[in-house]
Design a binder for this molecule. Sequence first.
Ligand SMILES: Cc1cc2nc3c(=O)[nH]c(=O)nc-3n(C[C@H](O)[C@H](O)[C@H](O)COP(=O)(O)O)c2cc1C
Length: 275
Amino acid sequence: MTFSEMINVNAVAYHNEKTTKMMQKSPLEKPYFIQIAANNIENAVKAVEIINETDWIDGIDINLGCPVNKARRSGFGGVLLKDENRNFLKELVNTIVKTSKKPVSAKMRIGFDKSVVEDRAKLLEDLGITFLTIHGRYVKQMYKGNANYDEIKKGVKAVNIPVIANGDITDYEKAKFVLDYTEAAGVSIGRGAVGKPWIFLEMKQKGSITPEQKKEVILEHFNQMIYWYGEYGVILFRKHAHAYSKGIAKASEFRSKMNSVKDPDTARELIEEYF
Ligand SMILES: Cc1cc2nc3c(=O)[nH]c(=O)nc-3n(C[C@H](O)[C@H](O)[C@H](O)COP(=O)(O)O)c2cc1C
């Protein structure tokens, strides 16, 4: 399954056009959950009511982990794990679960600056969250240090709902290790897919992938870039073409051709030929 990037409920509630575009998905994404960031109960209700009426969205995921300054200042994401916000968190999640006609999940970090993983996991379970993703870092850490799988394991043990382990999973072996170690029901992948979008297929195939399969994913990525950005997608795709050609023969020739082309069909031909 896939999750959208974090969508602010205040923007959804007021039908912000850019936000509506951010909510779109590919037909290949199913099930697909919209992840919401909320700091306001009234707007959360409005956003959930809109999502209720949107049939291609399968569920809602509540962001309880975003560490960026803007989120901290505005009171959504990871700050909701602070003790002083526990009552608000409870009211917010309760309202979202009661309003939503679709399953509601949550994605949390292990705490703001101290572990609250067991307490918040239990609280979320009691409030009717159907499954929980835990990113094994404190909010204060941002992305520093390693994901703490012991803390994720504590979360897994504390609840009966499925827990998805998250953080620093970059290949099949690591995913297997994390699943065994934490006893989580699944894993989720963020940065591991950046530059390597075939990671999901690779994992399904227990760590192996053919060059033809990689090519198919690269072409799909290119086609989606053109779909979203039009001709400008060719320029935006350059950096990906560079990354994908790393370690393959005649990469510099391919890269310089990609750097000079502007027309999507010619670029697609180059990609088809090269990979
Ligand atoms: C640029 C960037 C944007 C992110 N945006 C979101 C987001 O919108 N929602 C979310 O739950 N996590 C977001 N994350 C966090 C990742 O989903 C993930 O929890 C974290 O990076 C650790 O897992 P990973 O090592 O698999 O990436 C973002 C991470 C990065 C680096």
